[in-house]
Design a protein around this ligand. Structure first.
Ligand code: NAD
Length: 248
């Protein structure tokens, strides 16, 4: 039974930035579908549902963004719960860092397949519905690394730079249908992805950030909530850096 009209999909929304965005959308009344790549136990799912203000309007689905049929299934399952899917946040992402001489082709390819091709597949799976409903807000979570590059992150930088070019192309294709497509490029945000970094590396990073701190999930959430707002209809094809001034 459809109970709400407004729906949102956040890929990789089980933790970190994606979870923060999903929680904020849910608190604003959206039916939110979050995807995870690996199977979750019922106990873990229950604990995750409890993190939401309105858990009755949350759906957790195991769906790898690399799998187009899984992306289509995510859209179909979400549409069983809400009439429209207004928002897509392509957040799922991985890193497999290594220097050029040590990086094997598989690690290059798998980062591209998840971060870039995964966002393409999820967007394609939802695009027909968004075009038909003549409304949509698509946010692709890129990275400042996609703009400036980084030692040991050629695969990640390529995937995130690719996301920016893809978003601009989709923005041009979809603007006449009242669908905006923008990127958010976070700097260093405190999540599991950056928790693996050595303390000395973190201290070095802080020195490169004018506001002198690492970003928090809420910093990315705030920028996302601005872009997904109905009133942000004149902003499309843009990249907002959320990085404490690290990249200007
Ligand atoms: P995280 O590792 O905490 O979370 C990543 C999420 O993506 C997880 O929920 C994971 O299950 C999901 N995921 C990974 N592969 C997937 C797949 N194939 N299918 C579906 N889901 C998949 O990371 P985070 O720090 O919250 O990062 C979220 C996004 O923000 C990523 O795209 C990341 O590249 C980007 N980003 C993060 C930072 C940072 O400093 N943390 C900086 C710039 C950009």
């Amino acid at each position: 039974m459809i109970v709400v009209s407004k729906g949102a999909i956040v890929t990789g929304g089980t933790k970190g930035i994606g979870l923060g965005i999903a929680q904020a959308l849910n608190a604003q009344g959206y039916q939110v579908t979050i995807t995870c790549s690996s199977l979750m136990s019922e106990a873990k799912k229950k604990a995750l549902y409890e993190k939401f203000a309105n858990s009755a309007q949350v759906l957790i689905i195991q769906a790898d963004v690399k799998d187009y049929e899984a992306c289509q299934m995510v859209v179909a399952k979400t549409l069983e719960l809400c009439a429209d899917i207004d928002i897509l946040v392509n957040n799922a992402g991985i890193t497999k860092d290594n220097l050029l001489l040590k990086m094997d082709s598989e690690d290059f390819q798998s980062v591209i397949d998840t971060n870039l091709v995964g966002a393409f597949k999820m967007t394609k799976a939802l695009s027909k519905k968004m075009i038909r409903q003549k409304y949509g807000r698509i946010i692709n979570i890129s990275s400042v690394i996609g703009e400036i590059g980084n030692i040991g992150q050629a695969n990640y930088a390529a995937s995130k730079a690719g996301l920016i070019g893809m978003s601009k192309s989709f923005a041009k294709e979809l603007a006449s249908r009242n669908i905006t497509v923008n990127c958010i490029a976070p700097g260093f945000i405190e999540t599991d992805m950056t928790a693996v970094l050595d303390e000395t590396v973190v201290e070095k990073m802080k020195k490169q950030i004018p506001v002198q701190r690492l970003g928090q999930v809420v910093d990315v959430v705030n920028a996302t909530m601005f872009l997904v707002n109905e009133k942000s209809s004149y902003i499309t094809g843009q990249v907002i850096n959320v990085c404490g001034g690290m990249v200007m």
